[in-house]
Design a protein around this ligand. Structure first.
Ligand SMILES: C[S@@+](CC[C@H](N)C(=O)[O-])C[C@H]1O[C@@H](n2cnc3c(N)ncnc32)[C@H](O)[C@@H]1O
Length: 317
C-alpha cells in the first residue's frame, strides 16, 4: 500500500517524526557514537570548560549550554560528568553554573533524555531545561543566550534535498513510502526512489558553486536545508564568541561525494549524508569561523569501518 509520495526532504520529516516519537529506544536499533561512547562529549566538555573560564572566570553564576537532538541523553550525561572532572582537576566551578537545555522534536525523547541525566549520582549542574521544537526552525527565548551548542548525528536526520545535475537541468530524489505489512510500525515501511525534475534557487546554486568550485555532474548532491536552517537559528541564540559543535557523518570534499549512494531502508531513521563543504561555505554568513575536521583526529574511534565518514563542524560566532 502506498502511504505517501514525497520529495526526499519531506519524506524524512514524515518518517522521522514517527520514528523518534518512540523515544530513546532508537539506541537499541542503531548505534551512534554518542549513545555508546563518551569520547565526543569529552572533546566538547574540554572546549566548553576552557571557553567558559576565559569568558566568565573560574566560578560563574550561570552559563547556558544547548544540546540539539539529545537522543537517549548519554551524550549530555557524559558531558556533565566530564565537566565535573575538569572542575575537580582545575579547581574551578563551571559545572555548578551550567544550565543544560535539551532541544528535540520528540516529547518522549526529551522525557527519556532528561530522566537519564537526572539519574546521575549527585548531579552538580544548575538545571536541565527542555524545549520541544523542530531543530530546523526552533524558537529560543531572548534571555538565555548560549555559550555553547552541541549536536551529534542530528544534521543527517534534518530535511535534505538529494539533487543531481545533468547539463543545465536538476533532478531530485523522491520516495514512495509503502507499508504493505505492519503499517503502524514505521520500521517496516519500505521506500522506492525515483528522480524527478527539480527547481534550485539562485542562492542555493551559488552556495553549491562555492562549496565545490562548480557544481558536480553525475553525482547525488545532498543539500542539507534543515541543517542550514538550524545553524542559522543557533547562531541567533549564541553569545558572541560562542561555539556550535556538530558531529555527524558525511563527506568533506568533492571526492567523498561520488561515493554516495541512494539505497534507503527503513531499519532506523531516514538519514542523509551531511555535505560538510556546503555547510562550511554557508556558515560564513552567520559565524566568524567554520572548520571541518575528521572526527577520528579529535576523539579516539569507537568503531572502525565507518569512521572515515565522520566529521565535526565547529562554528564560532
Ligand atoms: C540519530 S538521533 C541522535 C541522538 C543523540 N544525539 C546520539 O548521538 O545518540 C537524532 C536525534 O535528533 C532528534 N531529531 C530528529 N529530527 C529532529 C528535528 N527535526 N528536530 C529536532 N530534533 C530532531 C531525534 O529525536 C533524536 O533525539
Amino acid at each position: 500500500m502506498l502511504i505517501a509520495r514525497l520529495p526526499f526532504h519531506k519524506a524524512q520529516s514524515f518518517f522521522n517524526e514517527k520514528y523518534y516519537a518512540r523515544g530513546s529506544r532508537y539506541a537499541r536499533e542503531f548505534r551512534t557514537h554518542a549513545s555508546h561512547s563518551s569520547a565526543l562529549a569529552a572533546v566538547d566538555a574540554a572546549e566548553f570548560h576552557s571557553l567558559a573560564r576565559t569568558r566568565l572566570g573560574d566560578a560563574p553564576d550561570v552559563v547556558h549550554v544547548l544540546e540539539l537532538g539529545p537522543g537517549n541523553g548519554n551524550n549530555a550525561r557524559a558531558f556533565l560528568a566530564r565537566l565535573e572532572e575538569l572542575d575537580l582537576r582545575e579547581g574551578t566551578r563551571i559545572a555548578p553554573a551550567a544550565t543544560y537545555t535539551l532541544l528535540d522534536s520528540s516529547a518522549r525523547m526529551l522525557a527519556d533524555a532528561r530522566a537519564n541525566i537526572l539519574r546521575r549520582p549527585a548531579p552538580r549542574h544548575r538545571a536541565v531545561r527542555c524545549i520541544r521544537a523542530d531543530a530546523a526552525s526552533p524558537a529560543f527565548d531572548r534571555e538565555s543566550k548560549f555559550l555553547y551548542a552541541r549536536a551529534n548525528e542530528l544534521f543527517d536526520d534534518l530535511p535534505t534535498r538529494l539533487l543531481a545535475k545533468a547539463g543545465r537541468a536538476f533532478s531530485e530524489a523522491w520516495l514512495d513510502i509503502h507499508a504493505d505489512a505492519g503499517a503502524d510500525d514505521v520500521r517496516r515501511w519500505e521506500f522506492e526512489v525515483s528522480f524527478r525534475p527539480a527547481r534550485v534557487s539562485k542562492p542555493s546554486l551559488e552556495l553549491l558553486r562555492k562549496a565545490f568550485g562548480g557544481i558536480p555532474e553525475g553525482a547525488v548532491i545532498p543539500f542539507n536545508c534543515g541543517a542550514l536552517a538550524c545553524m542559522r537559528a543557533v547562531a541567533g541564540a549564541l553569545l558572541d564568541g560562542g561555539v556550535f559543535s556538530a558531529f555527524d557523518y558525511g563527506f568533506s570534499s568533492r571526492a567523498g561525494l561520488v561515493r554516495l549512494h541512494t539505497a534507503f531502508h527503513a531499519a532506523g531513521a531516514l538519514t542523509a549524508f551531511v555535505n560538510f563543504p556546503l555547510l562550511a561555505a554557508a556558515a560564513r554568513q552567520w559565524y566568524s569561523s567554520a572548520r571541518v575536521a575528521p572526527q577520528r583526529a579529535l576523539a579516539a574511534p569507537a568503531r572502525s569501518v565507518d569512521d572515515a565518514r565522520f566529521f565535526r563542524l565547529r562554528l564560532q560566532k
